[in-house]
Design a protein around this ligand. Structure first.
Ligand SMILES: O=C(O)CCC(=O)C(=O)O
Ligand SMILES: [Fe+2]
Length: 271
C-alpha cells in the first residue's frame, strides 16, 4: 500500500466526488484483510455494532421494509472497536493521509468502519448520500470502500453520479426499497449518467459522503464483500444527530460540541 496519491487522482476525486485506486492492497495484504474481516465479523455473532443490542436479521419479522433492508447487505459497524487486528488496519496513518489529501484537510478521524457483505442474490443498495446520516455536517467527509472480492456488474459493484457532491445538500433518501428515491430529492440529477465502479479485489474507491451512490443487486451465487471506513475531518462539531454514537456519549453532548473523543473517533492522521 502506498500513501501517495498522484495529482491526477486527487484532481479526479475533487471533480467527480469519487476515485478508484487500482491495486490498493498487494496480494498478501488482501489475504490478510480478508482473514481479519472474517475473524472480526465472526466474533460478533451477528451483533451489528458495539454499544447497541441490534443483531443482523433481528427485525426481519417486523415489516417487509426491514426484511428488504436486511437483505441489502450484512452491515457490521465499528469492527475496529472489537477486534485488535482490525483496529491496526483501520488506524493506519497511510490511509488517513490518503483521505486527508483527497479531502484537503489537516486531520482525519475515523467516523465508523463497516464491513458490507452482499450475500448471494442480495438486494441492490438504493441511491443515497452518506454524510446526512452522520453526527456532524462537513462537505469534505468521505469513505474508503475496499473490494475484498472482485466487484462486478453482476455481483453488486458501486455506482456513482459524477460531480453530484458539488451541489447536493444534507437532504437524503433512506436506503429503502425505492432505488431511485434520491432523484426525487435531487431532480436535477434525473438525467445524469452514472459510473460503475467495477473493481478487482484489493482495489478501493474513495467517495465523498455527498456524492450520490448506490450498488447493484448481487445477481450471482457468490459473495460481494467490502471493508469500508468513513472519515470525519478533525475539528467537526456535534450536529444533534446521534447516528451510531453510544447512548452514554450522546448524553454528554450538546449541539456544537467538538467531536474529539479518541475512543470513539480516533485521530488517525494529522499533518
Ligand atoms: O457496498 C454497498 O453496497 C454500499 C456502500 C456504501 O453505500 C458506502 O460505502 O457508503
Ligand atoms: Fe453509502
Amino acid at each position: 500500500m502506498s500513501p501517495d496519491l498522484s495529482e491526477e487522482k486527487i484532481n479526479f476525486y475533487r471533480e467527480n466526488g469519487y476515485v478508484i485506486i487500482e491495486d490498493f492492497l498487494s496480494a498478501d495484504e488482501l489475504e490478510h484483510w480478508r482473514n481479519v474481516v472474517a475473524r472480526a465479523v465472526g466474533e460478533r455473532n451477528g451483533l451489528k455494532m458495539p454499544g447497541k443490542e441490534v443483531r443482523i436479521g433481528d427485525d426481519d419479522g417486523i415489516n417487509e421494509d426491514a426484511a428488504y433492508f436486511n437483505n441489502v447487505f450484512d452491515q457490521l459497524l465499528n469492527l475496529w472497536q472489537t477486534n485488535a487486528e482490525m483496529e491496526r488496519l483501520m488506524v493506519d496513518e497511510r490511509i488517513g493521509k490518503m483521505a486527508a489529501d483527497l479531502a484537503g484537510v489537516d486531520g482525519i478521524r475515523i467516523w465508523h468502519d463497516q464491513a458490507l457483505i452482499k450475500r448471494p442474490w442480495a438486494n441492490p443498495t438504493s441511491w443515497h448520500l452518506d454524510t446526512p446520516f452522520w453526527s456532524f455536517s462537513d462537505r469534505r467527509a468521505l469513505s474508503i470502500w475496499v473490494a475484498l472480492d472482485d466487484a462486478t456488474l453482476e455481483n453488486g459493484c458501486l455506482f456513482f453520479i459524477p460531480g453530484s457532491h458539488k451541489t447536493t445538500t444534507f437532504e437524503n433518501a433512506g436506503i429503502g426499497k425505492n432505488m431511485g428515491g434520491i432523484f426525487e430529492v435531487y431532480p436535477e440529477f434525473k438525467q445524469a449518467k452514472s459510473h460503475a465502479a467495477v473493481m478487482k479485489a484489493g482495489s478501493c474507491s474513495f467517495h465523498n459522503g455527498l456524492t450520490i451512490h448506490g450498488a447493484h443487486a448481487n445477481m450471482t451465487p457468490g459473495f460481494r464483500r467490502a471493508m469500508t471506513c468513513a472519515y470525519m475531518p478533525d475539528g467537526n462539531r456535534y450536529n444533534g444527530t446521534p447516528n451510531i454514537l453510544p447512548d452514554e456519549y450522546v448524553a454528554t453532548l450538546s449541539v456544537g460540541d467538538l467531536l474529539d473523543n479518541d475512543k470513539q473517533n480516533p485521530l488517525i492522521y494529522k499533518r
